[in-house]
Design a protein. Structure first.
Length: 371
């Protein structure tokens, strides 16, 4: 039987081929920490994505996971019961296998350096609580769209922006000599990086999400084009639908530009950290380029993806110029100009943070008596 660490390493590519590539670039404690953090995110994401699971049960599972992560004493008594309760969760074979082996992931987490644990705990627990909060918004057996672009940002923060913050803080542990200016740049763009990757996924999965009864396309964007939510999803006007999605893609492009700024703030001698960011960023940009004015994403439940050839080109070409800010910027700009992608007004992080402060989440474990 393989040990717990080898189990985690073997499982990562089964639940995410894309992130398995860039996480494998890392070494030492940062590699272990990011890999375990990703598996935690995948675990809560599997619970959130369960299409057949009752919303109330889903909320309880997500809130309890946050408690398990924050309180080791509670985890010792309650983890096995939580895993047993997760037998109700539906999903892919590999995701459910990981869910059933959550204890093995926690075993490795407990062996991480405390300073790394302390960056993972608040981000993943807040993610689980944020997912639980939004589950209260979605109605079972009824298409429930988000209200506006602000609510979309708030949702994306909980499922991806927090990951950007967590990665930023873990990278700071690897970059003790990083300048104040570079630290500020990374802090200001970390959330936007996560939002850009998440909004790329939302754009390419519109039909698949709709078939599960979910819609992340804000009602306000749809109404601005004179359509109802039902008319948008029934494809009454492909032309108007593409205009709605184009606005979403413009916002996504703006976030991905922020992701480039985040990546360039990493010193060029830390090539593995740069490539860790550049690979998913370039794949997201190429995906946005493929989605641009593409009616297929409105009619096919299969997500629109970039070709394997494009992925291979990114993997072999970017290491050749990852050291150069100029060449990275030029390569990024070439993708923008080739597809005539336009950027929106800049992302307002302070405004998002102010709104997030008003969202009532399940209280942290510090306010709950341990079991």
């Amino acid at each position: 039987m393989i040990n717990d660490w080898q189990y985690c390493v073997n499982t990562l590519p089964k639940v995410s081929r894309t992130f398995a590539l860039n996480i494998a670039l890392l070494r030492g404690e940062i590699h272990r920490s990011v890999l375990i953090a990703y598996l935690f995110c995948r675990i809560v994401d599997t619970v959130e994505d369960a299409g057949k699971l009752d919303g109330g049960i889903k909320i309880k599972l997500l809130q309890e996971f946050a408690h398990l992560l924050e309180n080791p004493a509670h985890r010792k008594n309650a983890l096995n019961r939580w895993v047993k309760d997760c037998e109700l969760v539906d999903g892919s074979v590999n995701d459910l296998e990981l869910l059933s082996q959550t204890a093995r992931v926690f075993n490795i987490f407990d062996s991480l350096e405390e300073k790394h644990q302390q960056q993972i705990i608040p981000s993943v627990s807040k993610m689980a609580r944020g997912m639980a909060y939004f589950q209260k918004r979605f109605e079972r057996d009824k298409l429930t769209p988000l209200e506006d672009e602000e609510e979309l940002e708030e949702y994306c923060y909980f499922v991806a922006g927090l990951v950007g913050e967590m990665i930023c803080n873990l990278f700071f542990l690897e970059l003790p000599l990083l300048s104040d200016k570079a630290q500020e740049t990374m802090k200001n763009n970390a959330v936007s990086f996560g939002l850009g990757l998440q909004m790329t996924n939302i754009s390419k999965d519109i039909v698949a999400d709709r078939e599960r009864g979910w819609s992340y396309i804000p009602k306000r964007l749809i109404r601005e084009k004179g359509l109802t939510v039902e008319e948008f999803h029934s494809g009454v006007s492909i032309e108007k639908n593409l205009e709605i999605l184009e606005k979403l893609l413009q916002k996504t492009t703006g976030h991905l530009e922020d992701a480039l700024n985040f990546s360039l703030a990493i010193p060029n001698y830390k090539m593995s950290l740069r490539l860790f960011c550049i690979w998913p960023l370039w794949m997201a940009m190429e995906t946005v380029a493929v989605l641009h004015n593409n009616p297929v994403l409105l009619t096919s439940s299969a997500p629109v993806k970039i070709s394997r050839g494009t992925v291979r080109r990114i993997l072999w070409s970017t290491p050749l110029f990852v050291y150069s800010d100029f060449l990275l910027q030029r390569s990024f700009q070439n993708i923008l100009e080739t597809r005539k992608l336009q950027s929106p007004s800049r992302f307002n992080l302070e405004n998002l943070q102010e709104r997030l402060g008003k969202i009532p989440l399940d209280p942290a474990i510090s306010n709950i008596q341990p079991a």
